[in-house]
Write a protein that binds this ligand. Structure first.
Ligand code: MN
Length: 232
């Protein structure tokens, strides 16, 4: 029997609609640019270049409905409303035509971002970890199994701050759809059950401050909410 010097961290997991069973999470992959209009607002290229990725630790997950303190070392804390895909079967170098079978379910999520740190990292050619992979940076709703709602390739994706709409797009606006993202990512990693993919955000990203309430929706999925607390 294994012994540990310190108790192991709690297993990260996500609630699942209609059951008390939870989806255990091992990795969180994020697509860096997947809606043309958002690529443009970030000063990037809206063309169909191959997707690129960054990661967040599974420990960064926060359930929808939470209050999260305004994070340290930023003055430009941004929301990014995203469709999240949960992998349910192992795939490696899978063709896009076969990739949908690896989807276990979907959730709505927020890729919270320290935009000032990201801009600095971009300009200096440095990694994005402190901008993207920080504590409590991955908000997520309950998962809905694909067996209940079918493939999600279209439908409105929206976000509001204090009731004022900031982001509106459609999943069909994705530069790379879910199957294409899974196919591409599976050429870099052996994807496994427990892997989440945040699939990118539409245009309209912006900053929040303590006291703000973010709400978001994707057709067919649970409504998302996050309250920004005072800094620690
Ligand atoms: Mn994002």
């Amino acid at each position: 029997m294994s012994q540990y010097i310190f108790p192991p961290a709690e297993q990260a997991s996500v609630a699942v609609r209609g059951t008390s069973a939870r989806y255990a999470v091992s990795r969180i992959f994020c697509v860096g640019r997947n809606y043309a209009a958002h690529a443009l607002e970030m000063g990037g290229n809206p063309d169909r270049e191959p997707p690129f990725y960054f990661s967040k630790p599974a420990s960064a997950l926060v359930p929808s409905g939470s209050t999260v303190p305004y994070p340290p070392s930023t003055k430009n804390y941004h929301f990014e409303m995203e469709l999240v895909v949960a992998i349910g079967a192992p795939v490696f170098k899978v063709a896009a035509a076969d990739a949908q079978a690896a989807v276990w379910g979907y959730a709505a999520g927020l890729d919270m971002t320290r935009r000032d740190l990201q801009a600095e990292a971009k300009s200096m050619g440095r990694p994005w970890d402190t901008a993207k992979g920080f504590e409590q940076s991955a908000l997520i709703t309950e998962l809905v199994p694909v067996s209940e709602i079918g493939p999600l390739n279209q439908g409105a994706i929206t976000l509001a701050v204090n009731g004022v709409e900031k982001q509106r797009g459609d999943l069909s606006d994705q530069i790379w759809n879910v199957a294409e993202v899974i196919s591409n990512l599976s050429h870099y990693y052996h994807l496994e059950p427990g892997d989440l993919i945040y699939t990118g955000t539409p245009e309209g990203v912006g900053a929040v401050k303590p006291g703000d309430v973010i709400t978001g929706a994707i057709e067919g999925l649970a409504t998302l909410s996050l309250t920004i607390g005072q800094p620690e």
